[in-house]
Design a protein around this ligand. Structure first.
Ligand code: SF4
Length: 560
């Protein structure tokens, strides 16, 4: 029997008041992230009934730790958020599991870039309905970009009323506090309207309910009918902020790979490409201060991190205010500082994504070319090769600008690997427009391309554009693009075959347990044979590898 099963059978118990009472809530520090660290400690004690209070770390060995599953649906920034959710849950005493159907706590970190991303979530939630019926004490939470869309939150509350906790992207750092609120609510302790207006827990949307709960609050938890409390128990905690000024990092995190770390340098996007929902769910651009970013990198280096990825929806428009000189720092300036710090602290590789061609400056290319640790890999989303379509996409650059930037990158770093994103079938795209895209692909010779068929995204301007392209034409164009791009990718991979280059080994190959997998400095995947007893010793290290064979998108080779 784990701790919550016995707790959940004591909805009305003074025991848990020790960890969830009003005095515990009011003792929480106001300042962030200290406030969240405080709630993490309370949650940890809550999962450990033997503890006298939050400071008591002794643990009753007979009590099985609670299990938690974090499901990630989206991009690198979404995955970075999941590392934080995992770190917080582990710090709060949960044991991580991949078994979302039997976990005591499961959280879905959603994506909403494409319409079908939402359907993925509903499919997974549907599978948990019966589990929740038989285990009402278990917790289901949903967060991420999709929750920034009020109609999706409304749909969730209507059709999946068994979801217990809903929050968005702007207040992810409040996760410990919201989980604490959820446990308080399960004990009949609801928070006041003030808390609601302060952007904390929103429990209900009907004033009648509020009155009832205010009454409960006034009489302190142990009143009201069992039915009231049952109903309250099932009410979700919903907290979605439309935007937030605060960037609160420095919370526990669990890296997917101990030797690699994503570092958020900015959030949000001001570009409003006509097909993209991101600016509506991630808000306006906000850059972290250079000091905070460099401090986080220094800490990561101290914990053995060898590779960092600077993350942002559009890193090129980074504008961090440095507290010392109170001047704005541009991305090339920040990257130079990061490269210097890497030299000092033993970080071997620096990567960054995502860049926008309109903001790709000569300074940035120069810093990369001269740097010691910035990888010669560049992800430069093209989307379309037609200047007419780029205008309809509101991308703020044309075909010539893109070709110029790509040529400048190759000139400055001949060994650079350039990857891209391409959308086929954008509303209004003609055969001539598509031929422009093929022309750019021929000229730039991308090493890899993420290719997408345009999918209408409600809530974006392009969703109401005329001239939706005929499906058969889109399919035909998509196949022609793939054929050309795959041929070019295979040819450009040949460039390095036979060379000996450094590889950072990341994991055992998921296709062959007798192989380990790593990445070249330019981001290309390499598989190398390694005996099981050597694999763990090699993973997380950079070793010289002779690239013997190329296979379209990756190499196989041998250790030198
Ligand atoms: S740059 Fe455009 S595509 Fe990228 S996140 Fe911003 S709006 Fe979306």
């Amino acid at each position: 029997m784990n701790s919550f099963e016995n707790n959940s059978s004591r909805y009305i118990g003074n025991d848990l008041i020790r960890f969830l009472g009003n005095d515990v809530l009011s003792a929480a520090p106001e300042k962030e992230p200290e406030r969240q660290h405080y709630f993490i400690a309370q949650l940890k004690a809550l999962g450990n009934p033997g503890a006298s209070d939050a400071q008591d770390q002794s643990h009753d060995a007979d009590v099985k730790p609670l299990t938690a599953a974090v499901v990630t649906f989206g991009c690198q920034m979404n995955a970075r958020d999941s590392e934080k959710l995992t770190g917080i849950l582990e710090e709060a005493g949960y044991e991580m599991t991949d078994d979302e159907e039997n976990a005591d706590f499961v959280i879905f970190n959603t994506c909403t870039v494409r319409e079908n991303a939402n359907e993925h979530l509903y499919g997974r939630l549907g599978r948990l309905k019966n589990m929740k019926k038989s285990h009402p004490e278990r917790i289901i939470a949903v967060c991420g970009c999709m929750m920034q869309e009020s109609d999706e939150v409304a749909k969730l509350r209507q059709k999946y009323a068994y979801v217990d906790l809903i929050f968005g992207t702007h207040n992810l750092y409040k996760f410990p506090e919201l989980l604490f609120m959820l446990h308080r609510k399960r004990l009949g302790m609801v928070d006041s309207l003030e808390a609601v207006h302060a952007g904390n827990a929103v429990l209900t949307d009907s004033s009648a309910d509020h009155e009832r709960y205010e009454k409960l609050l006034r009489y302190g938890g142990n009143t009201g009918t069992q039915k009231d409390l049952e109903k309250l128990y099932r009410k979700p905690v919903v907290s979605v902020w439309q935007d937030s000024g605060d960037i609160v990092e420095d919370l526990p995190q669990q890296r997917k790979f101990p030797f690699k770390q994503g570092i958020n340098i900015m959030f949000g996007c001001n570009n409003f490409c006509s097909y993209c929902i991101v600016p509506y769910v991630r808000g306006r651009e906000k850059s972290r201060t250079p000091g905070e970013i460099l401090e986080e990198i220094r800490r990561a280096a101290g914990e053995g991190v060898k590779e960092i990825m600077l993350l942002g929806q559009n890193v090129n428009s980074y504008r961090g205010i440095s507290s010392e000189e109170s001047v704005f720092m541009s991305f090339p300036e920040l990257l130079q500082k990061v490269d210097d710090l890497a030299e000092e602290t033993g970080i071997e590789r620096i990567r960054f994504m995502t860049s926008h061609p309109k903001d790709l400056s000569d300074e940035l290319i120069e810093v990369m070319a001269k740097s010691k640790h910035v990888c010669h890999q560049f992800h430069l989303p093209l989307q379309s090769g037609s200047s007419r379509i780029l205008k309809r996409m509101n991308r703020h650059y044309d075909k010539e600008r893109f070709l110029d930037r790509a040529a400048h990158l190759r000139e400055a770093m001949p060994d650079i690997v350039i990857t891209t994103d391409i959308i086929v079938g954008f509303p209004g795209e003609s055969e001539e427009d598509f031929l422009e895209t093929l022309d750019v692909v021929e000229k730039v010779r991308f090493d890899a391309a993420f290719t997408f068929i345009y999918s209408k995204r409600e809530g974006t301007p392009a969703a109401s554009f005329d001239y939706q392209v005929d499906e058969a034409d889109v399919k035909d164009r998509f196949d022609r693009l793939l054929e050309l791009q795959n041929r070019i990718a295979a040819e450009s991979l040949e460039r390095f075959r036979g060379e000996t280059l450094p590889v950072l080994f990341e994991d055992v190959s998921e296709y062959d347990p007798m192989m380990i997998t790593g990445k070249l400095e330019n981001g290309t995947t390499v598989h190398v044979a390694a005996e099981p007893e050597d694999q763990q010793r090699l993973i997380g290290t950079v070793r010289q590898v002779r690239l013997e064979e190329s296979h379209g998108f990756y190499y196989t080779g041998s250790l030198v």
